[in-house]
Design a protein around this ligand. Structure first.
Ligand code: IDP
Ligand code: MG
Length: 153
């Protein structure tokens, strides 16, 4: 099964939307395998958003990500990276379709509720950035037979 990183951004915590957003992933059938609350700092954001360091909004983005703690989650499921990314919706929340997380809870290109990994390769790198092996919990998933067919992967 794939694993992907979701970061509930500071605004999500400050607006009291943590439960709502986590509930979406739970209801979809994804499995929560690691979760923690953390105050991010500039060095880890320089690494996490390295692909955006030349953008004019880079420091505003980092400041927003340091305004309050974030909730880091690892969700597991078949094709979880693609599924979770689709649930988040377009980066600019004003373009995000209703029914997506960004499209239902935000109106900004920057303050857009969640970070989601954009590829299987980046999910592995990002999960290693924020979680250690001992952060992951292994537990039975008795509903798997109701969530997936035997030949799905
Ligand atoms: P993503 O979060 O949808 O993967 P990225 O291009 O990786 O989008 O950008 C990371 C984050 O940078 C976005 O989630 C958003 O918070 C911020 N961002 C991206 N583009 C803009 C922009 O044009 N203006 C302001 N903030 C932006
Ligand atoms: Mg991205």
């Amino acid at each position: 099964m794939e694993r992907t990183l979701v970061i509930l951004k500071p605004g999500t915590l400050q607006r009291g939307l943590v439960g709502e957003v986590i509930s979406r992933f739970e209801k979809r059938g994804l499995k929560l395998v690691a979760m923690k609350m953390k105050q991010l700092d500039q060095p880890i954001l320089d690494e996490h958003y390295a692909h955006l360091k030349d953008k004019p909004f880079f420091q505003w983005l980092c400041d927003g990500m340091m305004a309050a703690p974030v909730i880091l989650c690892c969700w597991e499921g078949f094709e979880a990276v693609r599924v979770v990314r689709a649930m988040a919706g377009s980066t600019n929340a004003r373009n995000a379709a209703p029914g997506t997380i960004r499209g239902d809870y935000s109106l900004s290109a920057q303050e857009n509720i969640v970070h989601t990994s954009d590829s299987v390769e980046n999910a592995k790198i990002e999960l290693d950035r924020f979680f250690s092996p001992e952060d992951y919990c292994d537990y039975p998933s008795p509903l798997n037979a109701s969530l997936y067919a035997p030949d799905e992967k």
